[in-house]
Design a protein around this ligand. Structure first.
Ligand SMILES: Nc1ncnc2c1ncn2[C@@H]1O[C@H](COP(=O)(O)OP(=O)(O)OP(=O)(O)O)[C@@H](O)[C@H]1O
Ligand SMILES: [Mg+2]
Length: 306
């Protein structure tokens, strides 16, 4: 088991009346650091003493790989959440898809290519009937996660870089959204397309009865180079447009984060001395600033902080 780098303040588990928070990381722009954001958030929350479940909804399965799996070898059919949300009768309880990670307090529902089947099966299921056991396509992820509501405080969902049926399911299951954004003009343009499309689709889903209320939605600036002029302009534009909806902290671009990713590790797992101390500390500091701000928002939804 990985020990926390240093004792983060240990908070008690969710109390009676505090609902499980499901936080989905979305944006169809590939490489906007969704998976990295999910990984560090999930590990940070687990180290803070919460019972955390990470859900990999991406057929690319990068989050599962970062958490120590070889998604194409270590999984049998039905081991991803697809096993619990498929339309056929051999659906399994979502609990059977959960596995422990080597990280204390952090469990995982892994992903792999099998998840693509949900994208293919959904149009067929829609054509056959509008009412299916397990719910409409946009309710299925949420319904599956509701089965394990008593076991976890926080669920972190890594979405694929597309606005498919799985992502729509995650948007409905989520109680909060994080939209990751790399501060470059092309990425902002792409995000704006994503938001427009998401808003159109969400209107359709809402009309069909989908629950799309979120306790909070925040933009997270990722791979941020604070000394880069054009990036600063883009961040200023985002803050102008979205105000407090952009997290005050941003995840700084760091070779430490990129290098740790190459060996499918997080910074919390590296041996001390594997990278320069100053580089390591700067990277951890910026990630923890982001994650503590998100934790603050979660605690606010539970009414623990004003
Ligand atoms: N703060 C950072 N500093 C440096 N590199 C980073 C940082 N955050 C992410 N990266 C690197 O950027 C790349 C893309 O990140 P990541 O896989 O998290 O993005 P993603 O949005 O999940 O991508 P996809 O859309 O393909 O799922 C990875 O190689 C990752 O290691
Ligand atoms: Mg990813």
């Amino acid at each position: 088991m990985v020990k926390p780098r240093e004792a983060l303040s240990v908070l008690p588990h969710r109390r009676a009346g505090e609902k499980m928070q499901t936080i989905a990381c979305v944006n169809f722009k590939g490489g906007s650091a969704k998976t990295t954001t999910c990984l560090y958030l999930a590990q940070y929350l687990a180290m803070s003493g919460f019972r955390v479940l990470a859900v990999d909804l991406d057929p690319q399965a990068s989050l599962s790989a970062m958490l120590g799996l070889q998604p194409e070898f270590d999984l049998k059919e039905g081991d991803t959440i697809f096993g619990a949300i498929r339309y056929e009768n051999d659906r399994r309880p979502v609990r059977d898809c959960i596995r422990k990670t080597y990280f204390d307090g952090l469990d995982l529902i892994p992903g792999n290519l099998e998840l693509m089947e949900f994208e293919h099966e959904t149009p067929r299921a829609l054509a056959l009937s509008s009412r299916l056991p397990g719910g409409m396509f946009f309710e299925r992820v949420g319904n599956a996660l509701a089965e394990i509501e008593a076991d976890y405080d926080i669920v972190v969902v890594d979405c694929p870089p597309q606005l498919g049926y799985l992502t729509l399911g995650a948007l409905c299951a989520a109680t909060a959204l994080l939209i990751t954004i790399h501060p470059q003009m092309v990425d902002v343009a792409s995000m704006s397309q994503f938001l427009l499309m998401a808003s159109d689709l969400m209107t359709v889903v809402r009309k069909a009865g989908g629950d799309l209320r979120h306790d909070f939605i925040r933009y997270v600036v990722t791979r941020h180079e604070p000394h880069d002029g054009p990036q600063s302009q883009v961040v200023a534009l985002l803050r102008n447009l979205f105000g407090e909806e952009v997290l005050a902290a941003s995840a700084w671009k760091s070779t430490a984060i990129a290098d740790a990713g190459l060996t499918k590790q997080s910074l919390y797992e590296l041996e001390r001395g594997a990278i320069g101390r100053a580089t390591y500390d700067r990277a951890i500091e910026s990630l923890e600033a982001v994650n503590s701000e998100i934790l603050g928002l979660i605690l606010r939804t539970w009414g623990r902080v004003p």
